[in-house]
Structures are given as structure tokens and as C-alpha cells.
Design a protein. Sequence first.
Length: 387
Amino acid sequence: MTERFFASCPRGLEGELARELDALGASGVVAAEGGVGFAGELTLACRANLESRIASRVLWRVGAAAYRDERDLHAAARAIDWPRLFRPDRTLRVDVAATRSPLGSLGFATLTIKDAVCDRFRDERGVRPSIDKREPDVRVHAHLTEREATFYLDTSGEALFKRGWRRSREIAPLRENLAAGLLALAKWTPDEPLLDPMCGSGTIAIEAALIAARRAPGLTRSFGFQKLAWYDGPTWQRIRQAARDRIVEAPAGGASIFASDASAAAVERTHANLAAAEVAPFVEVARADVLDRAAPAPAGVLLANPPYGVRVDEADRLAALYPRLGDALKSRFAGWRVCLFTGDLRLPRLIGLKPERRTPLWNGALECRLYAFRIVAGPMRVRGSGG
Ligand SMILES: C[S@@+](CC[C@H](N)C(=O)[O-])C[C@H]1O[C@@H](n2cnc3c(N)ncnc32)[C@H](O)[C@@H]1O
């Protein structure tokens, strides 16, 4: 039977996520702000969770109704046959998001929906699921617009950027699905070299290596749908095995993904994360300053997330680093496509290169840009501008 789903993603990556879902065989793929609607069988949701590199969550649409006030909302949520969807011994969490909802309090709307779900269980089964906000088995999401409430069950559980390989708590790593989205926007493919010369914990290189290894990002984790009534263990094992059978253990012609960082601790973390993600043979890691490291040959894609700061002293320090970074790129990276992801909109002006593309993206609440430059040999005309 065909079901409707909504896959959320970092804002700015909707087009790339739509392409991914298309390739997975989804139908009715429609990009919206912050995600993509699509249709397919329930097993498609399992595969999207396992295989999507860009989605944050995959939500299964279980009902919708017009509403005007809390009473309508309660009735709409109470009308859904929750006991058919999950067992009452599963713990529950409800989340509500709203755009132009007439309701005064989203907190109260959340309580209303939670009560309606629990009332339905109590009336039919004589028991109510208990609430667990931290590690719920089942997550109900409601999206309220001006007139309509749509209800979803979350098939992902923990957000999908948590692949399961990150070993330590790190300072400001990129989210894994954002890194995968940057690789898609940079149009990198595994048949060309990739370099992240400011790799931090290695997120970009590891996501690239997962692509090169044809390794599904969710192979080592569990998902929310495993707690839903329709979950069928043997079918899921078959889907996972099919994904495992595609894995390439090592690159045919040696590593063509390169990661480096000036910090020894970052290099160590990158090694540990690569080993945990089981893709170490795909990436060559080195300790090097981007200002004087050599470019690998042949030319390929340089994709990095340079340091950026909001404090004045940090901003000043970066204003000194960026022009030197621009010089290093111009003198040693002729022929490369360089993509820099940053929240610092002064970057093109400060590095003295004119971007051929600038893609707005959001890193959580922070508005950022992916600036794409093509480095050509010889003196470059500098026409930098902000934004
Ligand atoms: C914003 S972090 C990158 C985070 C990374 N994308 C991740 O997901 O973990 C910027 C990195 O640039 C490194 N860095 C700063 N200046 C550098 C330089 N001159 N050469 C090389 N690396 C540098 C820092 O050590 C830091 O790890």
C-alpha cells in the first residue's frame, strides 16, 4: 500500500534530498521548505532511513484534519487508531511544529495531542503509554498550519545525522548529513580526488569515504520504525544484507580522499572516527597547515569548513587568515574546484576570489553559504563581494 512520508533535512538541501529520494524509487517527490514529501511503501521508509545521506528524519504521515482550536486538535488526534500503530508498553514523546497556527500555546497543543493519544489507548486497551522525553520508543510529530493539523510517526528515532561512528564529543563538528549535502552540492563524485585541508574531526572526508565505499550511512544503528507495529524483522534483515553486499572494502587504486588539519588532536580524532566508520583505507590523513600544504595530484575538489568566529577577536584573527588562504589556493590549487562552507559572509572578499556559485544553507539556526570557486592558473582577477 502506498503511504505518504516527509523527510526533513537542513534548509538549503531540499533539492539534493529530493534527488536522493528519487534515486531510491520514491514517487510523488515534492521539495518543501526544510524537507521533502514523498510516497511509497513502508519498506521504502526503511530504505530511506538506511540509505539517505541527507535526510534528518523520515516521518510517516498517519492522519490529518482541519482544526480551529484545542478541542478540534484533541478530536483529530483521538480519531487516529494509535493502538493499531504501536504497543502501549512503548514509551512516547510528542513534538509539535507550527506555521501560522491560531493556537496560543504550542506547549498546550503538545499536551493536548499527548492526552488524545493516551486517551485512545486507555479507552481501547485499558492502559496508557508512558512518556519519555529523553529516549522515547515512539515519537509522534504534529505539524500545525493555519487550518490543518497533520500527524506523523517518526520512523527514524534518533536523528539520522547520528550515524554511530563519532567517537568523542567534539567542538563544533559539522552534522554528518550537512557534510553529505555539501558533497552533493559540490558535485563531487568518487572518481575524482577530494581534499579537506581543515578537516577537524574528519566529517567531510568520512562522509565522502562512505560514498566511495558504497556504505549505507545507517548500517550500524537502529531506527524508530523497529518499535512500530508493522516492523518485520526478517524483511529488515534482508534490506540491510542487500546494502552490506554492496560495500567496497578498499579503493581499487589507493586513497583519493585527503584530509589534513593543523591541529594534532584533530588529526588523531579523524583517524579514530575513520576507523569507527570502517572506511580508513579510503582516506589519507596528515597533519599540515593549509597555508603551506601541497595539492594532491591530479586536481579535484577541495571542500572545507574553515574556522569562523562570532567573537570580535576571532573575527579579527580570521580576517588575517583568509587573505593568506586565498593566496595559498591561487598559488597551489590551479585546476581545482574549491568549495568553502562558512557563516562568515566576508569570506569571498577577504580571500580575494570571486565565487562562481553561492548557495545559502542553514547550519541549525545559523545562516551560512557554500561558496564555490574555480581556481585557474595565472593571475586572478579579484572582484570580491560579501554575501
Ligand atoms: C570549523 S573546524 C572544521 C570542522 C570539521 N568540518 C568537522 O566537521 O569536524 C575548522 C578546522 O580548521 C583547522 N584549522 C584552522 N587553521 C588552520 C590552518 N591554518 N591549517 C589547517 N587547519 C586549520 C582547525 O584546527 C579546525 O579543526
